[in-house]
Design a protein around this ligand. Structure first.
Ligand code: DC
Length: 223
């Protein structure tokens, strides 16, 4: 069987990364979390004291950045100029930076080849916002994964609390709504469902049911 690309897009908190990671492990595919790349550029901007919405400032940083995705025991690690920043990019502050820098066309262009190259080498499950629409328009399987805003915020809240972060449910819902609006409302590659993507709504599903629902779509499309 040849290489297969599965594109999973959707808003934050829909369960994309957890589900994609699990399904990739089941199928022996490489899981590519593209949000981590935007987060890493957000982190670089934050560290450099450049505002996330300063398009010229962030663009000027790009030539000095070296991003690498590395897989350790199946887990994706992202390296910024040789430093493993996989943990450092998972804070609410960097989520905000990531959403801002991801609206800058130069940032999206900078990350395009890196993402496409991953799918040239291996069978992948790639998650993000524009994988089915822009990055891998010819992906064999496209899924748009979503859930109600309340459900997504609740999941993200539990995830952050588990990591020991001091947040309130109301705060998470507010930040998520702001990020949704920014990701879907931007001019450059806004979040939207590809015409040939299958919609999977996980609002009423637990994790095992969500994984099974995604598997059904993939298995139904595989040759
Ligand atoms: O999936 P995530 O929450 O880690 O993504 C962080 C931000 O990056 C999110 O606000 C939108 C942006 N992003 C994007 O614009 N395109 C992608 N393919 C993945 C993420």
């Amino acid at each position: 069987m040849g290489r297969i690309a599965v594109a999973i897009d959707g808003p934050s908190g829909a369960g994309k990364s957890t589900i994609a990671r699990a399904v990739a492990a089941e199928l022996g595919f490489i899981y590519v979390d593209t949000g981590a790349l935007y987060r890493t550029i957000g982190l670089a901007a934050c560290r450099a004291g450049v505002a996330g919405d300063d398009a010229d400032g962030v663009t000027a940083l790009l030539p000095g950045l070296e991003l690498e995705l590395r897989y350790v025991g199946g887990a994706q690690h992202v390296l910024l100029n040789g430093e493993d920043v996989s943990e450092a990019i998972r804070t609410p502050e960097i989520s905000r930076y990531a959403s801002q820098v991801s609206a800058i066309p130069h940032v999206r262009a900078y990350l395009l080849d890196l993402q496409r190259d991953m799918a040239k080498k291996d069978s992948v499950i790639m998650d993000g916002r524009d994988i089915g629409t822009v990055i891998l328009p010819d992906a064999e399987v496209k899924i748009f994964l979503t859930a109600s805003a309340e459900k997504r915020a609740q999941r993200r809240y539990l995830e952050l609390r588990e990591k020991g972060q001091d947040v309130t449910p109301a705060e998470v819902l507010r930040q998520m709504a702001a990020r949704d609006e920014q990701d879907a409302g931007r001019a450059a590659a806004p979040l939207r469902q590809a015409e040939d993507a299958v919609l999977v709504d996980t609002s009423g599903l637990d994790l095992a049911q969500s994984i099974a629902a995604v598997r059904r779509v993939i298995d139904g499309k595989r040759p």
